[in-house]
Write a protein that binds this ligand. Structure first.
Ligand code: PEP
Ligand code: MG
Length: 594
């Protein structure tokens, strides 16, 4: 502690979401509401002018959101859908037309009318008995605040203007904020709100910036310029540390860097267990730009190419040629390794404006992924043509998301057959033996796995969605993030069912949800019999290191014990203890399990 009470050291504990230690100065980001809201009546002569003033604020807001979207850094492009949803809200008549009507009828100023429209929407949302939908009021509020700011001429501090290297302290950071950030200047993030799957968490990982979220009142406790220490591995934050704390954390920082480089140095070694079992390690990727790093990080191929982002990025629908060029390049770069191209998984929380998907009450349960493709065969066929054409240039595998039962597999295969027929007639080359597999991410597909296994070449278990649908929790809702439990016995049993069905039918099974890259989950997955894992490329070196320190025999024996436990808490406690005994030097823990 220092003698100066103003500089007194204070420690806080939050949720660690992106590892690394940093010591630096705080930069407080004020994202509070527009402070003064004037309410006044407008006389008849000025009514049209007031409407015009409102329309100008709408235009300015649209322009700002579009610019933010266009400038989104590559690493966080996958979150562009949030800005799309803000643009949709902006265009919603419940917000804009009704405000204009209020100005005209009630003769009140635009700010007041907008506030009233927002209150009306809030009341409607409050009556909807669905946590996901009612939580979306936050997005409507965000857009309303932006319009209000444009009406008042009040500007929001641009994060792009930050000149020094600082630690950002904010109530929350939206993807729009992250877009503006000058990444070279940001040493870390700490926020009041957020959980392990919040956008700040996902983006800080993608950007490899240490971050701690869920600190509740940190924006009240920290002042601009305060010295901070952040430990993104433990969730510790120290405000105005004394000299001994600074020295202690500097040492930890050096250790962490050494640890990271020791992991990186061994990334090219195979993922071979102590007793000689080889596990195949592959990468999940979203953009063409990522593929080059996969090999350097020790990946044998691409286990999941999420293809949504070309659709989310383009203004209209991407053409077959554009898709083909993209897929061909990935296939050629990763060759002889395989690339598993997953067909469009749009809908849910990912939607493209060009596709005109109607807003849904329960988007996660709506017209998404394979359901959307089967309903829009022309869009589907154009993508299938591109994938099949690319298969002539490398080791391409085709995978379908969100399969709920056999009929969808049969319908899908029929369309693939038609596309193959077309290509043959047009004498266009493709791989006629292309392997076709499905994602197992809906509980009904787990139950039917034995049947499905007879109709496809491989399974890939998508635990991100499987956990969502099996435990009935929205994977992007931070209020239920504590229930996002990969160690829930029901999840482990489901994975076991799928692995057994695949083994009995003699087909391959991999796992490509976030669990595959989570250190504490991996020993259990090995014990379960999974021998192919596909994960965020940056997770590969550490996961390989853990696998090299384990024996398959022990992993299996541990799994026999784990599967007898009845709660996620017991499973996690058992595994943490085992890892502490087996490989204490690696400090294996879970980043996923709340
Ligand atoms: C999954 O659901 O686990 C998965 C890998 O797919 P996505 O995260 O793209 O839904
Ligand atoms: Mg999924």
């Amino acid at each position: 502690m220092t003698d100066n009470p103003v500089l007194a050291e204070k420690s806080l504990k939050g949720i660690a979401v992106s590892p690394g230690i940093i010591i630096g100065k705080a930069h407080l980001v004020d994202r509070s509401r527009v402070k003064i809201l004037y309410q006044y009546l407008i006389n008849d002569d000025h009514i049209n002018k007031e409407v015009e003033r409102f329309r100008e604020a709408l235009d300015a807001t649209e322009q700002q959101l579009t610019t933010l979207k266009d400038r989104m850094p590559e690493q966080v492009q996958e979150h562009a859908f949030i800005l799309d949803s803000h643009l949709m809200i902006l265009k919603d008549s419940m917000l804009n037309d009704s405000t204009v009507q209020r100005i005209l009828k009630e003769k009140i100023n635009a700010e007041w009318a907008l506030k009233k429209s927002f209150e009306e929407i809030r009341n409607i949302f409050a009556q909807i008995d669905d946590e996901y939908i009612s939580n979306r009021i936050g997005d409507v509020e965000n857009v309303t605040e932006r319009i209000l700011r444009n009406l008042s001429g009040e500007t929001q501090e641009s994060l792009g203007a930050i000149k020094e290297r600082v630690i950002i302290v904010a109530h929350d950071l939206s993807p729009a904020d992250t877009t503006e950030l000058n990444i070279a200047r940001v040493m870390g993030f700490i926020t009041d709100v957020g959980g392990p799957t919040s956008h700040t968490a996902i983006m800080s990982q993608a950007l490899e910036i240490p971050a701690v979220v869920g600190l509740e009142t940190v924006t009240d406790l920290v002042k601009d310029g305060d010295l901070l220490i952040i430990d993104g591995s433990t969730g510790d934050v120290i405000i105005n540390p004394d000299d001994s704390a600074i020295i202690h954390y500097q040492e930890k920082q050096i250790e962490h860097e050494a640890y990271k480089s020791s992991i990186a140095r061994t990334s090219h070694l195979p993922a071979l267990t102590l007793d000689g079992h080889k596990i195949s390690i592959k990468a999940n990727m979203e953009f063409l730009e990522e593929v080059a790093a996969v090999r350097d990080l020790g990946g044998e191929g691409i286990g999941l190419y999420r293809t949504e982002f070309l659709y989310l990025r383009s203004k209209g629908l991407p053409g077959e040629e554009e898709l083909f060029e993209d897929y061909r390049e990935v296939a050629e770069i990763i060759f002889p390794g395989p690339v598993t191209i997953r067909s469009l998984d749009l809908g849910g929380d990912k939607f493209a404006s060009a596709l005109d998907i109607a807003p849904e009450m329960n988007p996660a349960l709506g017209l998404r992924a394979i359901r959307f493709c089967l309903k829009e065969p022309e869009i589907f066929k154009s993508q299938l043509r591109a994938i099949l054409r690319a298969s002539a240039y490398g080791n391409v595998r085709l995978m379908f998301p969100m399969i709920s039962g056999l009929q969808e597999v049969l319908d899908t295969k029929e369309i693939v057959g038609q596309v193959m027929g077309e290509l043959e007639r047009e004498k266009i080359e493709y791989d006629p033996n292309i392997k076709m597999g499905i994602m197992i991410e809906i509980p009904s597909a787990v139950t039917m796995a034995d049947v499905l296994a007879r109709h496809v070449d491989f399974f890939s278990i998508g635990t991100n969605d499987l956990i969502q649908y099996a435990l009935g929790i929205d994977r992007i809702n931070e209020h239920v993030a504590y229930m996002y439990q990969p160690f829930h016995p029901a999840i482990l049993r489901m994975i076991q069912t799928v692995v057994n069905a695949a083994r009995d039918a003699g087909i391959g099974v991999s796992l490509c949800g976030q669990m595959a890259g989570d250190p504490l989950c991996v020993p259990t997955l090995l014990g379960l019999g999974i021998d192919e894992l596909s994960m965020n490329a940056r997770a590969m070196p550490l996961i390989k290191m853990i696998i090299r320190a384990l024996s398959m025999e022990e992993a299996r024996a541990d799994f026999e014990n784990v599967i007898r436990l009845n709660t996620a808490k017991e499973v996690r406690a058992y595994l943490s203890k085992r890892m502490e005994t087996l490989i204490p030097e690696l400090e294996v823990k879970s980043y996923l399990d709340a």
